[in-house]
Design a protein around this ligand. Sequence first.
Ligand SMILES: [Cu+2]
Length: 154
Amino acid sequence: MKKTFLKSLILAASLLFSPALFAHETEDHAVLEVSDAWARKTGSRTASAAVYFNLKNGTDAAETLLSVSAPRAKMATIHRSFEQNGIMRMEMQDKLEVAPGSTAAFEPGGMHIMLMRLDQPLKQGEIFPVVLTFKSAGEVTIYVEVTGIAGLQK
Ligand SMILES: [Cu+2]
């Protein structure tokens, strides 16, 4: 218990001094980790985009993603893609709960952050911020890399 508390303190400190931590590779002391944040570049006539990442809850309590926002887009929502009668559809999620020790994958064909009414198209190589608001951790800024059409290459 004491160790977890210490970890929380370190997390709070890293939130204050290094929000970029969340956009990159995992760190031993991080308890809520976002990695591999990416979005495909968009065409000049496309006003929306999907953001993908892995969200690991390394804490010993459930965490809930409550809302999202992005300076580059007028609207941002938590979306889920699913197939219905052979047609791919998307629906808005009002929140997403992540169980302790588990990872939520935001990936093509599944959960994603939907950006609507982008101010400018997303250009390959660009890195832009998205703010995730959690029930316990509060606001966490992640940095999203814009990839080519093929998506994130690992
Ligand atoms: Cu969507």
